[in-house]
Design a protein around this ligand. Structure first.
Ligand code: COD
Ligand code: ZN
Ligand code: ZN
Length: 369
């Protein structure tokens, strides 16, 4: 019986309890978890910003070792180390075959249902089904997930660092590397330097951006942004960040801006600080009812500005996870530095508090295997 952190209902603290886990069915694998990052979207499920069926085992950013496989599984075998993808990518649906596996139709259904591809979850408690966030539920010592949610990695990568690839790194790095059109020498701005924003900075640097303007409310986050490649630091609480960016760019604005928080105000700021012909890439997800205002004549037409959403960093996980692991191994990609603290499952509620207080890039649950 694995121990897991269960979210019983919106606005309730997570409960760490023993849960039942069924074995893997056809096309599924059982993974003994090595580590799980605590991401802002886990908190968004708890506070109701992100709708996900409850009660559920939360957690969607993890890595571990395969310990059993269901019928027909060929991608991985027991003993393999894997990073888990929070979007199952089938490779066959319309979106997967149109260069958009991050929007896999098969995967989205399972995610929306908080279940496996057959729409049933494998966790239960006292006989009642428990949903699995993103078809995973990485806040559990063990889980069962679709084979297509796993990507095999080199066993030399520590689980606490590998785990972060599964959400924060793919989302942030991919927004810059895959979604945005960044050319060598460009100037970019990243609004929000949490675990995901720091990876957008790393991705922009990898694409050859020359100036990277980091924007946050906390100087502690800006100091981290500098370590990750930012060249200019803007504290948004001092003065209007758009005005500060205009001053840093001779009044022109940036080639590409990233919003990595999920607030209407900062989405508007990202759009305003993009130069004529520039791009605003929206990574954060605001509340469902939020809309954005765009002056059509001046901004869309005359200024030819683009605004583009980036879901899961437009990632193809089978292509991008091995690329990120290689960049980590050659020292280009910082992962260890993203781990601010390691905790046990019982520390998750406090990890949410420290995330909101701006104390950490990432808290990571270390299962100690
Ligand atoms: N101005 C400047 N900075 C701000 C402001 C503001 N008004 N408000 C907050 N910030 C800073 C905070 O100080 C913090 O440093 C940062 O913004 C947010 O960081 P975290 O660590 O709280 O959040 P992340 O990096 O873990 O997650 C950010 C996301 C944008 C990914 C997340 O919040 C979100 O919207 N997730 C949904 C998008 C998505 O892809 N979800 C799928 C699974 S994550
Ligand atoms: Zn996440
Ligand atoms: Zn698909």
């Amino acid at each position: 019986m694995p121990k897991a952190a269960v979210c019983p209902a919106i606005n309730e603290p997570l409960e760490v309890v023993d849960v039942e886990l069924d074995g893997p069915k056809a096309g599924e694998v059982r993974v003994r978890m090595g580590a799980s990052g605590v991401c802002h979207s886990d908190l968004s499920v708890v506070n109701g910003t992100l709708l996900s069926p409850l009660p559920a085992v939360l957690g969607h950013e993890g890595a571990g070792v395969v310990d059993a496989i269901g019928e027909g599984v060929s991608r991985v075998k027991p003993g393999d180390h894997v990073v888990l993808s929070f979007v199952p990518q089938c490779g066959f649906c319309y979106m997967c075959t149109h260069d958009s596996p991050e929007m896999c139709e098969t995967g989205f259904l399972a995610m929306a249902m908080g279940a496996q591809l057959d729409m049933t979850p494998r966790f239960s408690r006292d006989g009642a089904a428990l949903h699995q966030m993103s078809a995973l539920g990485t806040f559990s010592e063990e889980l069962v997930c679709p084979e297509i949610s796993t990507v095999k990695i080199d066993s030399s990568v520590p689980f606490t660092s590998a785990a972060l690839i599964g959400c924060g790194v793919l989302t942030g790095f991919g927004a810059a590397a895959n979604t945005a059109d960044i050319a060598p020498g460009d100037t970019v701005a990243v609004i929000g330097c949490g675990g995901v924003g720091l990876n957008a900075i790393q991705g922009a640097k990898w694409k050859g951006a020359e100036r990277i303007i980091a924007i946050d409310r906390f100087d502690t986050k800006l100091d981290m942004a500098k370590q990750f490649g930012a060249t200019d630091l803007v504290n948004a609480t001092d003065r209007d960040p758009v005005a500060q960016v205009q001053e840093l760019t001779a009044g022109r604005g940036v080639d590409v801006s990233f919003e990595v928080i999920g607030l209407k105000d900062t989405v508007q700021q990202a759009f305003a600080m993009a130069r004529r012909g520039g791009q605003a890439i929206i990574v954060g997800v605001p509340k469902m009812e939020q809309t954005m205002e765009i002056p059509i004549a001046m901004e869309l037409l005359v200024n030819e500005k683009q605004v583009r959403g980036s879901w899961y960093g437009s990632s193809d996980v089978q292509r991008d996870v091995p690329r990120l692991v290689a960049l980590y191994q050659d020292g280009t990609l910082k992962l260890d530095e993203l781990v601010s603290r390691t905790i046990g499952l019982e520390g998750i509620n406090d990890a949410f508090r420290s995330m909101e207080a701006g104390e950490v890039a990432r808290s990571v649950v270390d299962y100690g295997i």
